[in-house]
Design a protein around this ligand. Structure first.
Ligand code: SF4
Length: 404
């Protein structure tokens, strides 16, 4: 039997499994550095509970110590083993000798006029990624927008990050520690309780990179974020944004059931092929079919469709009507995002009145269609603008600004 015969005999479910394996194998080629440091100590942040327990057992300790250690790391935010007064001195001494609890280095921390805060973090191997805290003006809370990769493979045309090649995936430690370092910055440890609300109340996986191309590390980090005995952020307060990696959308729905956001941005395949090139692999109808079967989508949990408004490109009333037709049967919300131009970008933002007309058509069809206010524009923290500042600074030092 030839390979072609095998493929033609395969069921759609087999093909999806094959595709999933291919994506995971590809992702492994961009692995982050190991949790074991060159000096032999182990980074505890980012280990699953089972891994932490195994590490303690290997050190000759009782399993129940896992819960104590987890509480110190993820509830109290401790980074120094000497603070862990509920743990006996002999174990603390072992932990000091063999383990570390770290945070990425804060290279820059900028706060916008609108109070959005952008961090540039540097990891152990010198790679960098950006994280943004976006406060909700109507309440004492906000969202931490986390990066999943250094760079990105997808080259969406409206996105500044997409102009930076993929360097590598971020590890579970690097993903969850972006949130933990942001919490350090706001002094939000220990994890607030119901009577003391928290500012950093939501996670959005919408920073640099395509999270579903780094699925295993994202899943591990989000399980840590959701753990009730630590950070304790509910799955309803976590949103994963994807350009539409269909086989992994199914996996994510099955494993994590967090909220889903789709970077749609166009209603016709020919245009979406151009704006979001991943569409050539997973066209609009396949992405929408995956949304229809996404398990977390129910009356109380809508799928968000992100739609960046590009003047004369995707913002006509006919586009809005086609969007309504495509979304039929999906419990959806459409976020209309004004385009944030960056040096060298091809597009212009849609005019205000055109955005309003577009929003009205969607709203009249019964979908919520908020027009997003750009946040953190003055510090290049707005949607689609993330790209490591350090890279720009180094480029300008080398006189490379015009070619980047
Ligand atoms: S929008 Fe997201 S997936 Fe597309 S290039 Fe930018 S970071 Fe990558």
């Amino acid at each position: 039997m030839t390979a072609t015969d095998t493929l033609s005999n395969a069921s759609p479910a087999d093909l999806t499994e094959e595709e999933k394996k291919r994506i995971l194998a590809k992702s492994a080629q961009f692995s982050p550095p190991s949790a074991v440091l060159p000096d032999g100590r182990t980074e505890l942040v980012g280990l699953s509970r089972a891994e932490l327990e195994q590490l303690l057992v290997d050190m000759g300790e009782q399993r129940f110590r896992t819960k104590q250690l987890w509480h110190w790391i993820y509830h109290k935010g401790a980074t120094d083993f000497n603070e862990m007064t509920s743990i006996g001195k002999p174990l603390r001494a072992k932990l000091i000798d063999r383990c570390v609890i770290s945070r990425p280095k804060v290279v820059t921390e900028q706060t916008s006029k609108d109070e959005t805060r952008k961090f540039l973090f540097q990891f152990r191997d010198g790679q960098e990624a950006e994280t943004v805290y976006i406060p909700d003006r109507r309440a004492d809370r906000g969202a931490v927008c986390i990066s999943s990769q250094v760079g990105c493979t997808l080259s969406c045309r409206f996105c500044h990050t997409g102009t930076q090649n993929l360097v590598r995936n971020l590890g579970s430690s690097e993903i969850i520690s972006q949130f933990m370092a942001a919490r350090d910055s706001y002094g939000e440890w220990p994890t607030p309780t119901a009577d003391r609300p928290r500012l950093l109340s939501t996670i959005v996986l919408m920073g640099m990179g395509e999270p579903l191309y780094n699925y295993e590390n994202i899943a591990k980090a989000m399980r840590i974020a959701m753990d009730d005995e630590g950070i304790g952020i509910s799955r309803r307060r976590i949103t994963l944004s994807t350009s539409g990696v269909v086989p992994m959308m199914d996996q994510c729905g099955h494993d994590l059931a967090v909220n889903l956001a789709i970077s749609l941005h166009a209603v016709r395949d020919d245009l979406r092929n151009e704006i979001v090139p991943l569409n050539r692999k997973y066209p609009i109808k396949d992405v929408l079919a995956a949304c229809r079967r996404y398990p977390a989508a129910s009356n109380s949990r809508r799928i968000t469709f992100e739609y960046i408004m590009l003047r004369g490109i995707n913002d006509s009333e006919a586009d809005a009507r086609e969007l309504v037709r495509l979304l039929k049967g999906i419990h959806a919300k459409v976020n209309l995002i004004p385009f944030n131009p960056w040096p060298g970008s091809d597009y212009k933002p849609s005019k205000g009145e055109q955005v309003q007309k577009f929003a009205d058509i969607i709203m009249q069809a019964g979908y919520s269609s908020p027009i997003r206010t750009p946040r953190g524009r003055d510090i290049l923290a707005a949607c689609g603008q993330l790209r490591t500042e350090s890279q720009r600074v180094r480029a300008s030092e080398k006189g490379l600004d015009d070619v980047m």
